[in-house]
Design a protein around this ligand. Structure first.
Ligand code: MF3
Ligand code: CO
Ligand code: CO
Length: 306
């Protein structure tokens, strides 16, 4: 846990409380505009109007038909994330990114899965600097030196595709750049650990080993998840070594791997909005996510653009 009087992690030589932990450096709740309308002809997931996803025990191993549809949804999610990433620049608000994601999603005939999922108010999650995940797009303009995660999920053809990446805004300090690179590598290592016949705990073991070799910590409260016809299925994929994750991976299983890695502590607090999770010491976090399919000898990444 970073302390206020410690030297700032950025290497400026100033105290943390006078540098990146200063009040004007921390992300604050902004003004959230109304959710954007989805054209009536676009098929909606079952929670779109109620906010409550009905839970049912979806098979962990998907049928060939579901897998075919998930390949399409995954590719669409990857394209949308790429488009959203191109919109990132100093001065652009996270609400403008929400608009870009929303439009790109309905252009592909899809519904933006976050919209009204358990009451989430917008079409995408945007998580800046010390925000771990589930940041709500608002009127805050991105600043030179920020890092921002954009987490895109599309509901297309009755299934979800879920992917995210962390982008650099303008000129970013070396420590944050290393954090972003190492987190991308953590996702790659997690994917490389996917093997039929092996327990799910292998994934987190590979991720944790890599993150901690750089002195970074793995967020525990948010984990990867089963995905398919439901946004969040029964499987849980911890990004740290958890010996209780004993489920054996089998060809045809689909889940996300989405490590969140912090410069400082893995512990978190929640904003009063009930969504925005921030690190307890306000240190920065990066995240990358793919939806993957367990294949006969490893993993197929479904959220890959052509
Ligand atoms: N896309 C996120 C994930 O990776 C979930 C967002 S839920 C929302 O699981 F309601 F915040 F959109
Ligand atoms: Co996601
Ligand atoms: Co996810």
């Amino acid at each position: 846990m970073l302390k206020s009087n410690d030297a700032c992690w950025c290497g400026s030589g100033r105290k943390y409380k006078r540098c990146h932990k200063a009040d004007d450096q921390l992300v604050k709740p902004g003004i959230v505009s109304p959710g954007r309308p989805v054209p009536p002809e676009i098929p909606r997931p079952p929670y779109a109007d109620t906010g409550e996803p009905p839970r049912w025990s979806e098979p962990l191993v998907k049928s060939p038909d579901v897998i075919a549809r998930m390949r399409k949804a995954g590719r669409a999610a990857a394209e949308i994330l790429e488009i959203a990433g191109r919109a990132v620049a100093p001065g652009v608000t996270t609400d403008e990114i929400d608009a870009v994601v929303h439009e790109a999603t309905i252009e592909r005939g899809g519904y933006p899965s976050p919209l009204n999922y358990r009451g989430f108010p917008k079409s995408v999650c945007t998580s800046v600097n010390e925000v771990i995940c589930h940041g709500i797009p608002d009127d805050r303009p991105l600043r030179d030196g920020d890092i921002v995660n954009i987490d895109v999920t599309i509901y297309l053809d009755g299934v979800h595709g879920d992917t995210n990446a962390t982008f650099l805004v303008g000129d970013v300090d070396e420590t944050s750049k290393r954090l972003v690179r190492v987190t991308r590598e953590c996702l790659e290592r997690g994917i490389a650990a996917v093997k039929p016949g092996r327990p799910i705990s292998d994934v987190g073991k590979a991720i944790q080993t890599h993150a901690e070799s750089y002195g970074f910590e793995v967020i525990r409260a948010f984990v990867g998840h089963g995905i398919g016809e439901q946004f969040h299925g029964d499987l849980q994929i911890p990004h740290y070594y958890d010996p209780r994750a004993t489920t054996i991976m089998e060809p045809g299983m689909t889940f996300t791997i989405e490590p969140m890695i912090a410069i400082g502590t893995w512990q978190h607090t929640l904003w009063p909005d009930g969504w925005t999770a921030v690190t307890a010491d306000c240190s920065r976090v990066a995240q990358f996510e793919h939806t993957i399919l367990v294949s006969d000898d490893g993993a197929e990444i479904l959220t890959r653009a052509d």
